[in-house]
Design a protein around this ligand. Structure first.
Ligand code: URP
Ligand code: ZN
Ligand code: ZN
Length: 470
């Protein structure tokens, strides 16, 4: 009889609060001991020379999500969670999207059917509310919040998702009443339509004009409006995928007023710019970088770093929204219709697998953020914001043994050929990083070692969530 199922030996543990050398004892999928020296285990994993971090939590991921056009997501729950595991992430929060006219319960059931038996890491759903009927607001949503679906996203743009101001206010009020967390996609629908149609009339239809059709002012205006609605209804909100200085200014303004506004950013806003959308060789390559909000410029990247270091931005997610670039069945970004206008290029890029290496390399290895801030931005703050803490997002006795063993000195070049996602490209092809996940552990079981996925689809569990921690 051994004391532990597994011991992680000789690593340097890092949490959002501290770092120290210790062994970790794991039994029944949970951390049961942390001490300078542990012995007596069925399995001993040598972490000598490695960092031991909480498994990444990616709280903004789209998997198996239907689009209104013919594009199809390049990742289902199997390939998307496989990619997450390969990149050191042990929990993902994808969206269960309510189509207009659909009941929320139906949407949730459909996503469970998509996910069941397929996941390599743990999963919990946010909802997307696109049709806030009296039935949805009065009955379905409160019941689902009570059942552990404690967060939902609303959109201020996109034809098939946009809510008007009255609807936003009503949805916010329900969240306030029942203790749910609202995530807001803050870009203004009418301004985007106005600018897009003007650009099209002028013949500016290449992918680059996607960025011109959604300038920072469009994001700034919507961020301010969402914050105002949150103040009117008295609720905290999360502004997702913040891309630059202007939205950040609104968030700082709101916080100075005492409002609880949490803000998220993503790898694209520290590494890409609108220039990446330029179709330099007339090969439509710019479409690979079309996402919303679009990447901005060097000054915005600097503003995002400022937000990450001063605590304005607390969540670093991928917004993994994977499409094929070219797909024989015409389901990707490069289609005859998309070549007629940027408006028809599916919005979104893959990134769940590269999120941690990019932030580690650009942040920790380049001396911009501490190891502890890295852990907070990639795991702990997600767990706190979305009701998973302290079960997940930290290394503590009683927590799930979700860990990533991290080689802080390993140099890698990101290559599509080595990634595990379903998409046929990565926006970061050729991007060099220092720092790499070498082992991913989910509830005590090794999921990934040296890039090999070792667990079976279905080993990942669905996690029901409690209220967020303020
Ligand atoms: O372009 C993006 N971000 N697509 C994903 C959907 C969303 O708004 O998060
Ligand atoms: Zn969004
Ligand atoms: Zn998204």
């Amino acid at each position: 009889m051994t004391a532990f199922d597994t011991i992680i030996k000789g690593g340097t543990i890092v949490t959002a609060a501290d770092r120290y050398r210790a062994d970790i004892g794991i039994s029944g999928g949970r951390i049961t001991a942390i001490a300078a020296e542990l012995s007596s285990a069925g399995t001993v994993i040598d972490a000598g020379g490695l960092l031991v971090l909480p498994g990444g939590i990616d709280s903004h991921v789209h998997l198996s999500q239907p689009s209104s056009d013919s594009s199809v997501m390049a990742d289902d729950f199997q390939s998307g969670t496989r990619a997450a595991a390969a990149g050191g992430t042990t929990t993902v929060l994808p969206f269960a999207l309510q189509k207009k006219g659909q009941s929320l319960r139906e949407a949730v059931a459909a996503y469970h059917a998509e996910a069941d038996g397929k996941c390599h890491v743990d999963v919990s759903f946010h909802l997307i509310i696109s049709d806030p009927t009296p039935q949805v607001l009065g009955q379905e949503l409160p019941a689902l919040i009570e059942a552990g679906y404690r967060s939902f996203k609303v959109f201020m743009t996109y034809d098939d998702l946009v809510l008007n101001d009255r609807q936003l206010l009503e949805v916010f009020a329900v969240a306030g009443l029942h203790g749910a967390t609202v995530m807001v996609h803050a870009e203004g629908y009418d301004a985007i339509r106005f600018l897009s149609e003007k650009l099209e009339r002028e013949g500016h239809v290449a992918p680059y004009y996607h960025a011109i059709s959604r300038p920072e002012i469009v994001e700034r205006e919507a961020t301010h409006r969402a914050i105002s609605h949150a103040e009117i209804t008295g609720i905290p909100i999360v502004i997702v995928h913040v891309s630059g200085r202007e939205a950040l200014e609104q968030i700082r303004w709101a916080r100075a007023r005492g409002l609880k506004v949490t803000a998220e950013t993503c790898p694209q806003y520290i590494t890409l710019t609108a220039e990446d959308l330029h179709d330099l060789n007339m090969d439509f390559n710019g479409a690979k970088y079309v996402c919303s909000p679009p990447p901005r410029d060097a000054a915005s990247q600097a503003a995002i770093w400022q937000g990450l270091t001063d605590g304005t931005l607390e969540l670093f997610s991928s917004d993994h929204c994977p499409f094929f670039f070219q797909d024989a069945q015409g389901r990707g970004k490069d289609t005859p219709k998309a070549r007629t206008s940027f408006r028809w290029v599916p919005n979104g890029i893959p990134g769940v697998e590269t999120r941690l290496p990019i932030l580690f390399s650009e942040g920790v290895s380049k001396g911009r953020i501490s190891l502890e801030t890295f852990v907070a931005l990639t795991a702990t703050n997600h767990a706190k914001t979305y009701g998973l803490y302290p079960r997940k997002g930290t290394i503590a006795i009683g927590s799930d043994a979700d860990l990533v063993l991290w080689d802080a000195t390993r140099q890698e070049t990101i290559r599509q050929a080595n990634l595990h996602h379903g998409s046929d490209y990565t926006p970061w092809e050729g991007f060099e990083v220092t720092g790499w996940p070498v082992v991913t552990i989910l509830r005590g079981e090794v999921v990934m070692k040296d890039g090999q996925i070792l667990n079976r689809p279905g080993a990942g569990a669905y996690i029901s969530r409690s209220r967020s921690i303020d």
